[in-house]
Design a protein. Structure first.
Lengths: 356, 292
């Protein structure tokens, strides 16, 4: 009898999809039963956004092998362009889920454009230099949005840059029916929150499908070849710049969509939310989950978003404990002695991959 | 006259960046790691000197020495506990650990000294008045520039002449070869961290004197900027860090004065990006071609 064989990677992918679907159903059920407390319910959409962010950053850091410290910058671009879109289209598209979808697509497009602008010149740099430029990009985006004034009225969108700190929202000369969407350093306030957990789930699924299919495709193999040995990849005719850019821009676009959902989950959002620390937070998810390991990112993002909430009982010591846990986990998973010790306790899985 | 005073303030801020960048660059050169906790060691240095001056009533020079001693010990302890076990680990793991240390220091400082900003009176009071009072230069600015120059000269001499300095350079070039020549690589790296942290303490005192305030997050942004400065000048190069820090300080000060207060950081970072695109190894960095 012919045995049904599925490739190991395909099996892992399907388990990942299944895991996310099951987790979503369980959470929905628990939420409807009222088992979840208020703080956890409020975390559901951000968790989905962070999962999506972690998966997309894993594409850059794990699959492409380039360290990016400005992923929150793309999230920021997506968040604010998404908010502007959703607020401006309030009367045009009254159906909320459609408006949310449009906002997320617009967020993804703007983040992708930002990705191209950053990527084309910068992907020529290597290693730590790329890291510092992406970091600089994140800070630039934060500062620019901090100066941005946007309003919408019957004449359309009004925008201004508050460069010297002298302008305010009244300088946009909005019509009486106009609404102020982004108010400089105050950020976006009074946003209609239209994000939902279901949308978050859909976002995570779409991100998974895109990234997993990209990784398993010819393009993905080219990207990984570049990661493993750029010169060898170039010599077999792989267009390094093109494939690097594909991976980088895809990652940026997904971060933009996640940002749009995140932005529409809060009625008030400042640009400083997406600072260097947020980029680092997402990087921590990726590294702890395992570089190049997609479901590892999903789990790490979920656990590490809930962890500070779960540690709330420790009050002031909570971030201190978080930091200690982070250091200990890194030491335990990367020190050769600690690894040997762990290996003796837990027998190694058959064919287990070593995650960098 | 206005221009001159902005220039002087830029040079003084740039000197602070340069001192921080020197610490960054030394650690990067030898350990090949981005030590994100460096900025927080600066903050600890600031708090130690603050406490020594305000609570213990010590003279400022003693306070600075005390801060240097505490930070040196702190740097060596951090290196020994968090970084040494990861010598052979991938660089990203070390990076995340450094970030963990940074969170730890920030939150510990918040618990000990509370998040509220403290008013930091400059270590040297008063200012120099020139041209019939049209131009005033705080003594702290002068002190910062002098200290920065002394440190730069000292470090250059140290790395080029002393036995330990030569060992550092050997380690940064090739750790295995250095070990074969009888250099204790681990001890050399620890010494580098000790020197870097002592510099961070000095930078902390000068930075807080310049800003006039002190918070648990005081160190993080200057840390990032100094790192930028180090990359700007060519990471791993001591004159590069000095030049990068100075240029970044001047650009920031000028941008704040003449273009936009809100976009001063942006302009600094934008210049960095342009410089890196033109000279991918920084202003004074050496470009090392990859070998197949």
């Amino acid at each position: 009898m012919k045995k049904l064989t599925i490739k190991r990677t395909t099996r892992t992918d399907f388990i990942t999809y299944l895991g996310v679907i099951v987790a979503f159903l369980i959470m929905m059920f628990l939420r409807d039963q009222g088992v979840l407390n208020r703080s956890l319910t409020g975390q559901l959409v951000p968790i989905c956004c962070y999962i999506s962010m972690a998966i997309s950053l894993n594409l850059t850091v794990g699959i492409l092998g380039e360290l990016s410290l400005g992923h929150a910058g793309f999230m920021s671009v997506g968040a604010f362009s998404g908010i502007i879109t959703a607020m401006s289209l309030q009367s045009t598209i009254p159906y909320t889920p459609l408006r949310l979808a449009v906002a997320m697509v617009v967020g993804a497009i703007f983040a992708a454009i930002a990705g191209i602008i950053v990527g084309v010149p910068v992907l020529r740099l290597r290693g730590d230099y790329l890291a510092i430029v992406t970091l600089a990009f994140g800070e630039i985006i934060k500062d620019l949005i901090n100066c941005l004034l946007v309003g919408y009225d019957s004449n359309g969108l009004h925008m201004a840059l508050n460069l010297t700190g002298s302008k305010s929202i009244t300088d946009l000369n909005l019509q009486p029916d106009g609404i102020a969407i982004i108010k400089g350093a105050q950020g976006a306030t009074g946003t209609t929150t239209i994000a939902s957990f279901t949308a978050g789930f859909v976002l995570v699924m779409i991100t998974l499908v895109i990234v997993l299919n990209l990784v398993r495709s010819r393009t993905g193999r080219a990207v990984m070849a570049i990661r493993d040995n750029r010169i060898a990849a170039e010599s077999v005719g792989i267009n390094v710049t093109k494939y690097k850019l594909i991976a980088f821009v895809t990652s940026a676009a997904l971060a933009g969509a996640a940002g749009a959902l995140y932005g529409l989950n809060f009625s008030s959002l400042q640009a400083t939310k997406f600072n260097f620390n947020t980029s680092i937070l997402v990087l921590v998810f990726v590294v702890l989950g395992g570089l190049g390991n997609i479901w590892g990112s999903v789990i790490a993002a979920t656990v590490l978003t809930i962890l500070p909430e779960a540690l709330r009982g420790f009050d002031d010591y909570r971030m201190l404990i978080y930091a200690i846990v982070l250091i200990l986990v890194m030491l335990a998973t990367n020190n050769s002695q600690a690894k040997a010790l762990l290996g003796r306790i837990i027998p190694k899985r058959k064919g287990a991959e070593t995650n960098g | 006259m206005e221009f001159l005073s902005y220039l002087i303030s830029g040079i003084s801020l740039g000197s602070v960046y340069a001192i921080i960048a020197l610490g960054y660059t030394m650690v990067y050169g030898i350990a090949k790691m981005l030590n994100f906790a460096h900025g927080d060691v600066i903050m600890v240095g600031g708090y130690i000197s603050f406490c020594a001056m305000n609570y213990l009533g010590l003279p400022s020079i003693v306070a600075v020495l005390l801060a240097m001693a505490v930070c040196t010990v702190l740097g060596v302890v951090i290196e020994g506990l968090a970084y040494k076990p990861l010598r052979s680990a991938p660089s990203l793991a070390v990076l995340i650990t450094a970030i963990g240390v940074s969170y730890f220091l920030q939150n510990a400082a918040q618990l000990i000294w509370s998040a509220a900003p403290k008013v930091y009176s400059p270590v040297v009071a008063g200012s120099l008045s020139l041209l019939n009072g049209q131009l005033t230069i705080p003594y702290v600015s002068l002190l910062t520039v002098v200290v920065c120059l002394v440190i730069m000269a000292g470090l250059t001499l140290f790395t080029s002449q002393s036995k330990l300095g030569k060992a550092m350079r050997a380690c940064s070039e090739d750790k295995n070869a250095a070990q074969l020549m009888g250099i204790n690589v681990n001890a050399t790296i620890s010494t580098t961290f000790a020197i870097g942290s002592a510099l961070a303490a000095i930078a902390g005192v000068l930075l807080c004197s310049f800003n006039g305030t002190l918070m648990p997050t005081t160190g993080s942004m200057p840390g990032i900027k100094a790192f930028t400065a180090a990359v700007f000048g060519g990471i791993g190069s001591i004159p590069g860090a000095f030049l990068g820090g100075l240029l970044l300080g001047i650009i920031e000060s000028m941008a704040k004065a003449y273009i936009s207060t809100n976009l001063a950081n942006t302009i600094g970072f934008a210049v960095l990006i342009v410089v890196l695109l033109v000279r991918p190894a920084g202003l004074l960095g050496k470009y090392v071609p990859e070998k197949v």
